[in-house]
Design a protein around this ligand. Structure first.
Ligand code: FAD
Length: 256
């Protein structure tokens, strides 16, 4: 991906999300839009890339190519201000200001909040994060807000035990993003974009997180949105679905 940040060996951020799949991208969109510096680390690809045609996400009456959906989700996260780093998370150390995440090539990320959205790997998390082994899969134990047993560490999507569905993973990513915002000192009400005057004409100040925009601005945003959707959907996606690893791997192992 050409949106990857690689200018340094030691990254510094407020929110580090491990996993730029469905839940991680949505989580990052919410934390970045709330103004929190957000870095997404990914060392592979979303399991959704194996899908043949995605038919149960709202807004796409005849479905959508899953890889196109992921590309669009990544563009939205980048637009919101997320940075991306390619690499596999292998270890985490807790310290007074947060966490140091170590990547497989030795690079590190300093972060205050850590979100594990890394289906199906929790091995890099500190031992203080409770997990639940079910068969060959490890799930991270999290409360309804995605908070784990270690303060500052959150879990999102399938890794947090959510049903194996795209919209659920995306929704949970958003919810966990909002939990992170709530744990920070950023003042926040809702992430809403509303017509000019929606609050202020009722003598209410624009609440934090909300944005009032005039008619010219929302027509312009709609024009840009239509253009970008046309570009995203103009051609069939170049990539085929990724085969299951047990079919692709010569040794027949099932990695997930
Ligand atoms: C064949 C198939 C078809 C499917 N079809 C549908 C469908 O039609 N409709 C539907 O609703 N759902 C479908 N799903 C389910 C959907 O893909 C998942 O529920 C959803 O992708 C889960 O989102 P997630 O963010 O939890 O995980 P993912 O989207 O898989 O994202 C996890 C990310 O974490 C990264 N990662 C993992 N470990 C590390 C690490 N240590 N360091 C760095 N990065 C790491 C991975 O590379 C990946 O990008 C399908 C799944 C499969 C397998």
């Amino acid at each position: 991906m050409n949106d990857v940040t690689d200018a340094t060996d030691a990254f510094d951020t407020t929110v580090c999300i491990v996993g730029a799949g469905v839940s991680g991208l949505t989580c990052g969109t919410f934390t970045a839009r709330a103004g929190l510096e957000t870095l997404l680390v990914d060392g592979g690809e979303s399991i959704l890339r194996r899908n043949a045609h995605l038919e149960n996400v709202p807004g796409f009456p005849a479905g959508v190519n899953a890889r196109t959906f992921l590309d669009g989700s990544r563009e939205a996260a980048a637009d919101a201000g997320c940075r991306f780093v390619e690499g596999r998370a292998v270890a985490t150390t807790e310290h007074e200001e947060g966490f140091t995440l170590e990547l497989d090539d030795g690079r590190t990320v300093e972060t205050r909040f850590l979100v594990a959205a890394s289906w199906a790997d929790a091995a890099y998390l500190p031992d203080a994060v409770e997990t639940d082994q079910r068969g060959s899969k490890t799930y991270v134990t999290a409360d309804e807000y995605g908070r784990t047993s270690l303060e500052g560490v959150f879990a999102a999507g399938r890794l947090a035990g959510k049903p194996h569905q795209t919209v659920v993973a995306a929704g949970h990513g958003a919810e966990v993003g909002l939990s992170v915002v709530e744990a920070s000192e950023v003042p926040f009400y809702h992430d809403w974009v509303v017509p000019e005057g929606y609050f202020t004409d009722r003598d209410r100040p624009e609440p934090p997180g909300c944005e009032e925009i005039p008619a010219e601005e929302w027509s312009e945003r709609e024009r840009v949105a239509r253009e970008r959707m046309r570009a995203l959907l103009a051609e069939p996606h170049p990539d085929d679905p990724t085969p299951h690893p047990s079919l692709a791997a010569s040794d027949g192992t099932d990695e997930r």
